[in-house]
Design a protein around this ligand. Sequence first.
Ligand SMILES: *[C@@H]1O[C@H](CO)[C@@H](O)[C@H](O)[C@H]1NC(C)=O
Ligand SMILES: *[C@@H]1O[C@H](CO)[C@@H](O)[C@H](O)[C@H]1NC(C)=O
Ligand SMILES: *[C@@H]1O[C@H](CO)[C@@H](O)[C@H](O)[C@H]1NC(C)=O
Ligand SMILES: *[C@@H]1O[C@H](CO)[C@@H](O)[C@H](O)[C@H]1NC(C)=O
Ligand SMILES: *[C@@H]1O[C@H](CO)[C@@H](O)[C@H](O)[C@H]1NC(C)=O
Ligand SMILES: *[C@@H]1O[C@H](CO)[C@@H](O)[C@H](O)[C@H]1NC(C)=O
Ligand SMILES: *[C@@H]1O[C@H](CO)[C@@H](O)[C@H](O)[C@H]1NC(C)=O
Ligand SMILES: *[C@@H]1O[C@H](CO)[C@@H](O)[C@H](O)[C@H]1NC(C)=O
Ligand SMILES: *[C@@H]1O[C@H](CO)[C@@H](O)[C@H](O)[C@H]1NC(C)=O
Ligand SMILES: *[C@@H]1O[C@H](CO)[C@@H](O)[C@H](O)[C@H]1NC(C)=O
Ligand SMILES: *[C@@H]1O[C@H](CO)[C@@H](O)[C@H](O)[C@H]1NC(C)=O
Ligand SMILES: *[C@@H]1O[C@H](CO)[C@@H](O)[C@H](O)[C@H]1NC(C)=O
Length: 694
Amino acid sequence: MHLKLLPTFFSFCILVVAVVAVDNAETSALLSIKSGLIDPLGLLSNWTKNTPYCRWNGVQCDSTGSVEGLGLSRMNLSGKISEEIQHLTSLARLNLCCNAFSSSLPRSLTKLQKLEVLDVSLNSFAGLFPTGFTATGLTVVNTSGNNFVGLLPEDFGNLTSLEILDLRGSFFEGSIPKSYRNLRNLKFLGVSGNNLTGKIPAELGELSMLEKLIIGYNGFEGGIPPEFGNLSSLRYLDIAVGNLDGEIPMELGKMQSLTTVYLYKNNLKGDIPKEIGNMSALVLLDLSDNQISGAIPIEIARLSKLQLLNLMCNRLTGSIPAGIDELTKLQVLELWNNSLTGPLPANLGRNSSLQWLDVSSNSLSGEIPDGLCNGNNLTKLILFNNQFSGPIPMSLSSCSSLVRVRMQNNKFNGTVPNGLGKLAKLQRLELASNELDGEIPADLASSLSLSFIDLSHNHLKSSLPSNILSIPTLQSFMASDNELTGDIPAHFQDFPSLSEIDLSNNNLSGRIPASLASCEKLVKLNLGSNRLTGEIPTAIAMMSTLAIIDLSNNLLTGSFPESFGNSPALEMLNLANNNLSGPVPTNGILKTMNPNELAGNPGLCGGVLPPCGSAISHSIMTSRRSDHIKHIVAGWATGVAAVLAIAIAVFAVHQLYRRWYTVDGCFCDGCDEETSSGSGHAAPRIPAPEFRQR
Ligand SMILES: *[C@@H]1O[C@H](CO)[C@@H](O)[C@H](O)[C@H]1NC(C)=O
Ligand SMILES: *[C@@H]1O[C@H](CO)[C@@H](O)[C@H](O)[C@H]1NC(C)=O
Ligand SMILES: *[C@@H]1O[C@H](CO)[C@@H](O)[C@H](O)[C@H]1NC(C)=O
Ligand SMILES: *[C@@H]1O[C@H](CO)[C@@H](O)[C@H](O)[C@H]1NC(C)=O
Ligand SMILES: *[C@@H]1O[C@H](CO)[C@@H](O)[C@H](O)[C@H]1NC(C)=O
Ligand SMILES: *[C@@H]1O[C@H](CO)[C@@H](O)[C@H](O)[C@H]1NC(C)=O
Ligand SMILES: *[C@@H]1O[C@H](CO)[C@@H](O)[C@H](O)[C@H]1NC(C)=O
Ligand SMILES: *[C@@H]1O[C@H](CO)[C@@H](O)[C@H](O)[C@H]1NC(C)=O
Ligand SMILES: *[C@@H]1O[C@H](CO)[C@@H](O)[C@H](O)[C@H]1NC(C)=O
Ligand SMILES: *[C@@H]1O[C@H](CO)[C@@H](O)[C@H](O)[C@H]1NC(C)=O
Ligand SMILES: *[C@@H]1O[C@H](CO)[C@@H](O)[C@H](O)[C@H]1NC(C)=O
Ligand SMILES: *[C@@H]1O[C@H](CO)[C@@H](O)[C@H](O)[C@H]1NC(C)=O
């Protein structure tokens, strides 16, 4: 060998030795990691000594052949990460996301000085999060969706390169360390869905680069720090669901970049600061479920980009600012369960794509603006429990986007507009308890989408459209307490969905159609207080799901159908005040029937009534009545228990899901019978708004 080449040769040898040493150290570290893992899909099966580790699945090497990245996400891995990981001294990116780990993290992670990205999200990692990180270049830490306990790591405050700190959805407790004020590069701070308590540190207001701050779903108390107004880069603020009180600081008005503000479900008090009108970038504003009082500031009408305004379940008074109808981007307006008065803004919806309008349970009045559905985007129109008056706008009949129209308990007068039956998406039509008169429009019967119709407690005078009960999707039809005349339609769909019919307190005549029996899902039938004649069709007495039947106060004749006694679901049968005659059968449930429900039929006798020919014995009547009550109570108890069991199961699943990313339902229980199916909170923790049914 040429002498000149000798030094080169030696350095080459040193390099080889070094590389081999590193090589060995990294190989054995990786194999040690592998041996601690449970790998049900065998995705690490090519981690074997006879292939270079740079080609192993998930291993990324840098140009010198050192392990720079370990990408083991979504591999169904569990087990324990070996402390040997500290020997991967060049490791910059560790991604263990979306596996099934339930161990604790190795403490030696803190020794990885080159670490830049640490993602252990969506596992069940438990225990304390390691402290004492030495990686000064750490920029991303994502621990979201795990079971970590203990305090939030204070020493993160020294890792000033951090840009993303996502600690959401574990069981961290204590407060947010004040040391986080040092994180001058931080753009994302998420600690929502933990067990954090205490006050929100005002020092967070110093994080001038912060774009997203997601800290809700914890137990924070005290107020929102006015210093947050200094977060001039903040676009997204979510402190929903907690115990915050105090007023909304007017300093928030300084935040010109803010597009999203979720403060719902806290105990915030006082007025909405008028400075909110200065947040010119605001798109989504949800302050619902608090104790906010006073009037909605007119300055809100300056938020020209606003798409969602949720202020429901507060204590707001005064009128809805007229200028809101100039918000051309407004899609969702939910103001329900407040004490608002006055009319809806005259041009609401005229120049916007309004999708949801829910102002129910206030004291609003006046007529409904005609342009609500001008954008043809309106799906929910919910106005119940107010004092609105005047006509139901004709324009609704051409609002083909409508799914739910709930206008009950107001003072609407005039007629039900023609054309609602042509709306292809309309499922719910609730117009009960108004002052409507005229006819039930025949076109309703042509609907292919309606499932719930309630026209009760009005002054409707027509006969029932002959096909109204054969809407294929119809589940409930209610038109009690009107002045309806004519026959009960005998047309039913081949496989009707009907489960409830209430036509009581009208002036219907003719016979009860035997074809009603084709309604195999019918549970409740109320035809009481009409002028129905003829016999009770035997077929009805044999319907398998029918539980509640009220045919009282009619002019029915003939005998008592024996088959009622064998009806499997029957709980209540009221035939009082008709002209039925003959013996009352004693089979099945009829043995314990309440005699009062047969009263006023002079021709009936036997069974629970005095034997044919004798006088009424009061003592027998009362004892049998209490039997009947027991029967009903037992029936109800079973039903209620079943409903409760389902509710508890749903609630449990809901709670689990809630820990992570999602919205709680309406907290304002009882606002509406459907609140369990959700309210209109916008989804709080991920930017894309998601709306819930009401
Ligand atoms: C190991 O598996 C990965 C993923 O299937 C593959 O990309 C890689 O080429 C494999 N390496 C060897 C040495 O077979
Ligand atoms: C992998 O994990 C997912 C999610 O936990 C699970 O649905 C799937 O069944 C698992 N696959 C195997 C083969 O275990
Ligand atoms: C953290 O990880 C979760 C789940 O993998 C992901 O959805 C979330 O976007 C990540 N956080 C950030 C700030 O990127
Ligand atoms: C953070 O840095 C400070 C000094 O800047 C030091 O006193 C403290 O011990 C450090 N904390 C940790 C956990 O490294
Ligand atoms: C976290 O809080 C929940 C209720 O908010 C409680 O049930 C749970 O025990 C707490 N967990 C820890 C680890 O403190
Ligand atoms: C931050 O906000 C507070 C209160 O709003 C104010 O007193 C303080 O001067 C602000 N600090 C900075 C650095 O802007
Ligand atoms: C913020 O709003 C208030 C009241 O609405 C107004 O007087 C003030 O000039 C606004 N400030 C800025 C910076 O826009
Ligand atoms: C509707 O909004 C547009 C801007 O989006 C505006 O130019 C137009 O004047 C508005 N029309 C009415 C009637 O308000
Ligand atoms: C409104 O509806 C139209 C079609 O009817 C649709 O093109 C448009 O995207 C909708 N607007 C919004 C904001 O959803
Ligand atoms: C509705 O009521 C108002 C008074 O509240 C009355 O002026 C109007 O004529 C009524 N309309 C109809 C169609 O009955
Ligand atoms: C019901 O009809 C009867 C006779 O058809 C009529 O005398 C009565 O006035 C009607 N009642 C109502 C409230 O319309
Ligand atoms: C209305 O909202 C308040 C909270 O502001 C709540 O306490 C109350 O139960 C709600 N009312 C109804 C009828 O749900």
